[in-house]
Write a protein that binds this ligand. Structure first.
Ligand code: DCM
Length: 130
């Protein structure tokens, strides 16, 4: 039997003036209160870049230009893979439309933040953007 490709979750690393945007999750219970790069699942027939544009519009109310991948893909499970992209340009003011809170962190702040486990794998890559 063919093995299906894992579905992809894409997340955006928005950097402005040496600070990275993090968003605090409201759910599920095991991730609630932890900080993440905002994003979400790629829909069937959608490119990862288009999915990230859509997700950041829905979650933050901004229009972004998607840049290069950041770090390596992270396996969330056998069926789900997580990928981060640099977001180099965006228009509008990021607002927590679906998260509990937003926060802009500098390199020092980033070291002390409680990230969701998958995103913590990217800490060196994220620090290098700041
Ligand atoms: N996820 C993650 N890190 C992110 C974004 C998402 O670990 N920066 C995970 C949480 C969920 C899955 O991806 O297991 C789907 O995300 P969501 O619930 O936001 O659609």
């Amino acid at each position: 039997m063919p093995v299906p490709e894992p579905a992809l979750v894409v997340a955006g690393a928005l950097v402005e003036n040496g600070r990275l945007l993090l968003a605090r999750r409201a759910s599920p219970p095991e991730l609630a209160g932890l900080w993440e790069l905002p994003g979400g699942k790629v829909d069937p027939g959608e490119t990862p870049e288009d999915a990230l544009v859509r997700e950041l519009r829905e979650e933050l109310g901004i229009e972004v230009t998607v840049g290069e991948p950041v770090g390596v893909d992270v396996a969330l499970s056998a069926t789900l893979t997580l990928r981060a992209y640099a977001v180099t340009r965006f228009a509008g003011t990021a607002t927590a439309l679906e998260h509990e809170a937003l926060r802009w962190v500098d390199a020092a702040d980033l070291r002390g933040v409680d990230l969701v486990p998958a995103d913590a794998a990217w800490l060196p890559d994220l620090a290098a953007l700041l």
